[in-house]
Design a protein around this ligand. Structure first.
Ligand code: DP6
Length: 319
């Protein structure tokens, strides 16, 4: 038995921040994201060496720390008495640096596991299982512009627009490649418990989702950019007001934001978003990508640039 799946990370334009049920990892709010194509996780599962316990190898190195979460996710797909596996993950983006590496990892994992165990779960079921492991991973099962509805009993997902229906380019400005100091899950809980703005965040999310959904349907770049930047800054305001405060940005993150503002003033179609890390993601019209890339490369503190168009949902790779 052997299967390989590939999944791409996604970047939220309307953010998931907060859980309504930590045991089942259900989100307190809906979210809207774009799935990328330039970055990926390729996950190969095999039982060829008949291992007694799961073994996880990430980019060629054994990773026992991450293994329990991976094994639990495999149990959720194949059942607790499933075959133990060798899990090989290859990822071409910095892991745990706010670049959604866990989203692509768990999305690829559930798809590969479904093939290896022969469980034939549908896409929504696999997305829900990926979401149990990491909320944002559910969205990487789908391509293009994706909406995750928080649902009643469980999350619902749909593609709002295919990747090819509205081509956009994402330029990621990396300002620190190391792992983030606090995981997004822990930071969300801190926001829920201590931020005076958390309640308002929850109340306003459906307005922001409506605004983004309508901008996407109209392919209105200006409206989408305005609501995405607002939602991102609001999420970070919730974190800044937590006790202790959660500040993921560094001075280069702010310098990148200023660069985007200057590009906007010059009339370029570009907006920014920032997740639980110091990297800035600039979303732009493909014809403006070269100028955005050049300006971010020249911004003090930027150590590396990655570029991606929009891509497809997680899928099996046939050798
Ligand atoms: C800021 O999906 O990493 O990127 O469910 O605890 O694993 P867990 O959280 P995770 O959180 C992502 C938070 C975010 C916003 C987003 O992707 O919507």
């Amino acid at each position: 038995m052997r299967a390989t799946a590939i999944a791409q990370p996604n970047i939220a334009l309307i953010k998931y921040w907060g859980k309504r049920d930590t045991a089942n990892n259900l989100p307190a709010v809906g979210s809207i994201s774009i799935t990328l194509d330039g970055l990926h996780t390729r996950m190969t599962l095999s039982d060829e060496s008949a291992v007694a316990e799961d073994v996880l190898v990430v980019n060629g190195k054994e990773d026992p720390a991450m293994l329990p979460r991976i094994s639990r996710c495999l149990d959720s797909v194949g059942g607790r008495d499933r075959q133990r596996l060798r899990i090989e993950s290859e990822c071409n983006n910095p892991i745990a640096a706010g670049l959604a590496a866990s989203a692509s990892a768990f999305a690829a994992l559930v798809v590969a596991a479904d093939a290896v165990f022969g469980t034939s779960h549908n896409q929504l079921t696999l997305a829900r299982l990926a979401g149990r492991a990491s909320g944002s991973a559910a969205r990487s099962l789908y391509g293009g512009f994706v909406e995750l509805d928080k649902g009643d009993a469980d999350i619902e997902l749909q593609t709002l627009l295919e990747a090819s229906a509205w081509p956009l380019t994402v330029i990621v400005a990396i300002t620190t490649a190391g792992p983030k100091p606090v995981s997004s899950g822990d930071a969300m809980e801190l926001s829920r418990q201590t931020s005076p703005f958390y309640g308002r965040w929850l109340e306003q999310q459906s307005e922001d989702l409506d605004a983004a959904r309508s901008a996407i349907a109209a392919r209105d770049f200006g409206r989408l950019g305005a609501i995405a930047e607002h939602n991102c800054l609001k999420m970070h305001s919730v974190m800044w007001a937590s006790r202790p405060p959660m500040i993921y940005w560094n001075s280069a993150t702010l310098a990148c934001m200023q660069t985007v503002r200057e590009l906007q003033a010059d009339g370029l179609d570009v907006f920014f978003t920032i997740d639980a890390g110091p990297q800035l993601k600039a979303v732009c019209a493909p014809e403006h990508a070269a100028a955005v890339r050049e300006a971010l490369t020249a911004t003090p503190g930027v150590t590396e640039i990655m570029q991606s168009d929009l891509g497809e949902g997680a899928r099996i790779l046939v050798d």
